[in-house]
Write a protein that binds this ligand. Structure first.
Ligand code: ADP
Ligand code: MG
Length: 306
């Protein structure tokens, strides 16, 4: 019997997480995808900032001024995040948690934080306040009430881990999407790659053994006094991005694509191109988004599986 296509969808890390695989038998597809979703669940328990008891949140409580050993997965993600933070001089910064919390409050109340509140949150942010020790696989925080936020990097990494899990179950032709992050394994049997439909782009993209992430200010924002503040924070101002921008990154793996897309959205052109030169095999495109008369972006939004 030939390969059949099997598609699943579950919610993980707050977003739709479709997985599409080709397998000989349904039973194999089900077993593999169940394992892949379970792997993402484990990562969510480690990295979510929404769950009070996540490893990440416990770390924020217990690592002030002392080393706390963490799981290999959490350490790896923090290590990659800190590397990118240094490369972007803090444009990408997972210590923006206190500022993200203020943004969420602004979305709820429709009001920007006052100057003192913003200053206090900024004082508790900054990647230099987060220390990593490779030999101890441990983390230390230099300030009280810090909040780490892996929203700009964890989904891409979770897709990578899910793909590895599928491979362990003998499935190599697979595609995983979590919101704006897509990771592909080998191509489907009848095509040179997975067709990704990019909204308002004439080219549809063929993806295999690689990742594509989209990040921008068009999908999640709060509008206050006619200004849109996106859910991506500009660490320099402490507020959400106000420019309308869309960053798209192709990379070999999801963790790279996801984190670089968030970084590129903050950096804009031409700094994003400088970042491209640091990472082999990475392609970054940053575009300004235009709004049509109803205020909808017409070249925005995420790619979709077709
Ligand atoms: P999405 O989560 O919508 O796919 P991104 O991958 O760009 O989009 O991640 C945005 C998330 O990253 C925010 O919701 C927040 O959790 C986190 N974040 C916000 N600003 C930054 C920043 N400057 N650096 C790193 N992470 C950020
Ligand atoms: Mg990202």
């Amino acid at each position: 019997m030939g390969l059949q296509r099997y598609a699943f969808n579950q919610i993980r890390m707050g977003v739709d997480t479709p997985i599409v695989v080709y397998a000989e038998r349904e039973e194999q597809a089900v077993r593999a995808c169940r394992a892949a979703y379970a792997r993402i669940t484990t990562l969510e328990e480690r990295m979510s900032d929404y769950r009070a008891e996540s490893e990440l949140n416990l770390l924020c409580q217990h690592a002030v001024g002392r080393w706390v050993k963490v799981s290999p997965e959490l350490f790896y993600v923090l290590w990659r995040a800190q590397t990118l933070a240094r490369q972007t001089e803090g444009a990408f910064d997972v210590t923006v948690g206190p500022l993200v919390r203020l943004w969420r409050e602004a979305r709820r109340t429709g009001k920007l934080p006052d100057a003192a509140t913003l200053r206090d949150a900024k004082a508790r942010s900054g990647y230099r306040l987060l220390e990593l020790s490779l030999p101890r696989r441990a983390v230390r925080l230099k300030a009280e009430r810090m909040q780490l936020d892996l929203g700009g990097i964890a989904k891409g990494y979770a897709c990578d881990c899910a793909l590895r899990e599928l491979r362990k179950h003998g499935i190599t032709r697979a595609l995983i999407q979590m919101g704006g992050d897509i990771v592909a394994g080998d191509a489907p049997p009848d095509s040179p790659g997975w067709k990704i439909d990019l909204p308002n782009s004439r080219n549809e993209l063929l993806l295999k053994n690689g990742a594509l992430s989209t990040s921008g200010s068009t999908e999640q924002y709060v509008e206050i006094n006619g200004v849109r503040y996106a859910h991506i924070i500009d660490p320099r101002t402490g507020l959400g991005l106000t420019k309308l921008i869309l960053a798209r990154v192709r990379a070999r793996d999801g963790i790279t694509a996801d984190s670089l897309a968030t970084a590129a959205a903050v950096l804009g052109e031409p700094d994003a191109q400088r970042l491209e030169r640091l990472y082999k095999g990475v392609q970054i495109t940053v575009s300004q988004v235009r709004l049509n008369h109803s205020g909808q972006p017409w070249n925005g939004s995420h790619g979709r599986l077709t």
